[in-house]
Design a protein around this ligand. Structure first.
Ligand SMILES: [Mn+2]
Length: 431
């Protein structure tokens, strides 16, 4: 079970070149500011595990709270500033070691490192010489409020997040290695679920087995809250209670992926609780699996996501008609929106530092961005049939199926990063 493969990392040089690329995008005489994420309280005296803001992390690789990145661009040249928490022995005794400004200066290729106490004063000084102020419009933070207030009348304001998110669309080789690593851990977790489903009695137990694999392998337990939905619960798209008993004869939809060093994986598999698909389950499952494979095979440079969505709708509609779940001509059924009841969601989303990667789907002019080499997206068709849907043949009621893989866009086509996770009926049953 030991994981021997070398663990991938992103080198400081890469963060440095990301900052340089970003600085080129700034207007001359600009100040760009990104803040670390704020800690989130869970209950009195208790916080959620700290998780760095993805945009801030993308440009710094710095994991501590109460930090800030500033890029000051003059006419051409630019300067970078990192603000970090001061080392304080007594506080570190409670909350863990801090890097401090001396070590940060050594490890991070930024021009200047200061302690966070100086952020307000330094940025105010730098702003007074700037014409444009970039900051994240969506962040509410007292550290930002005071600066924004002071800079209100002086400067033109731009959303810093938009620039970073655009850069995040295309993944570097190092990022792809991290995503692959996350997926390899998630693979082990899904395969464990397939092997154990027969002997476990509740969704919770299955969730625990999956997250055990995530945690044991050094991943953050989940990139998003795991969905372990058996039987009719699979027809609630964001079911996270995961508290039902597993029943013989039902399917279990498992949408779970770990986050490894900030990079997500997002995988759904639907498996039979007793280890064997019934005839009706298999019919529906194989129809969706064929659609998933066909949509994946369409992924290549230049393709539009909306085109994949449209094709998935056509194929799923045709499949439902062939199984007698929908009746009529597909074109008309789609026009009337008859498929939406059974397939209400999109075909997939960008994935990276966030499971639903915060990267744009449209360009500045509002035009859809076609697939480019290095993008990573999920492909996840599904069909959901409520147990009380009398319009559907009885054998299909109460079945919800989704199959989801993570796909890298390559020049010549695609690479299914999660191809090694079992999804053929035979493979799943033989586990
Ligand atoms: Mn997904």
């Amino acid at each position: 079970m030991a994981r021997t493969a070398a663990v991938p990392v992103i080198l400081e040089e890469e963060y440095e070149s990301r900052r340089a690329d970003l600085a080129k995008e700034l207007k001359p005489n600009s100040l760009f500011l990104l803040l670390s994420a704020k800690p989130q309280q869970r209950s009195h005296d208790t916080e959620f595990p700290y998780r760095q803001n993805s945009n801030f992390y993308y440009l710094t690789g710095f994991k501590e709270e109460n930090a800030a990145l500033v890029i000051v661009r003059g006419k051409k040249a630019f300067n970078t500033y990192l603000f970090v928490q001061k080392k304080e022995k007594q506080l570190e005794l409670w909350t863990g070691k801090r890097l401090g400004e001396k070590r940060a200066k050594k490890l991070f290729h930024v021009d200047n490192v200061f302690t966070s106490e100086l952020l307000h004063e330094k940025v105010l000084g730098l702003l007074s010489k700037s014409k444009n102020f970039y900051y994240d419009f969506n962040v509410t933070d007292t550290r930002l409020d005071a600066l924004r207030e002071k800079a209100k009348s002086l400067l033109a304001h731009y959303n810093a997040a938009t620039l970073v998110e655009r850069a995040r669309l295309v993944k570097s080789p190092a990022e792809i290695r991290l995503i692959k690593h996350a997926i390899s851990i998630t693979k082990e977790a899904h395969h464990r679920a397939m092997k154990l489903s027969k002997q476990l009695t509740t969704e919770k137990e299955l969730q625990a087995e999956i997250e055990y694999v995530f945690t044991k392998n050094g991943a953050y337990s989940d990139a998003y809250t795991s969905i372990v939905a058996s039987g009719n619960a699979a027809n609630t798209l964001h079911y996270i209670e995961n508290n039902k008993a597993l029943k013989d004869g039902e399917l279990i939809l498992i949408d779970a992926g770990c986050e490894y060093e900030y990079y997500a994986s997002d995988i759904t598999r639907t498996i039979p609780a007793n280890g064997k698909f019934s005839k009706a389950q298999k019919e529906l499952y194989e129809m969706i699996l064929n659609v998933e494979k066909e949509i994946i095979s369409m992924v290549r440079v230049g393709v539009l996501r909306s085109h994949l969505q449209k094709r998935a709708q056509e194929l799923l509609c045709r499949g439902l008609v062939s199984l007698g779940i929908l009746e009529g001509e597909c074109k008309k059924l789609l026009k009337k929106g008859k498929l939406n009841k059974y397939y209400p969601h999109g075909i997939g989303h960008w994935m990276g530092l966030d499971v639903h990667d915060q990267a744009p789907y449209k360009d500045a002019k509002g035009k859809e961005i076609p697939l480019c080499e290095g993008m990573v997206l999920t492909i996840e068709p599904g069909i959901y049939i409520d147990k009380d849907d009398k319009s559907v043949p009885k054998k299909y009621r109460g079945i919800g199926i989704r199959i989801e893989d993570d796909i890298l866009v390559r020049g010549s086509g695609y690479e299914n990063l999660s191809a090694a996770i079992a999804k053929e009926v035979q493979e799943i049953e033989s586990m």
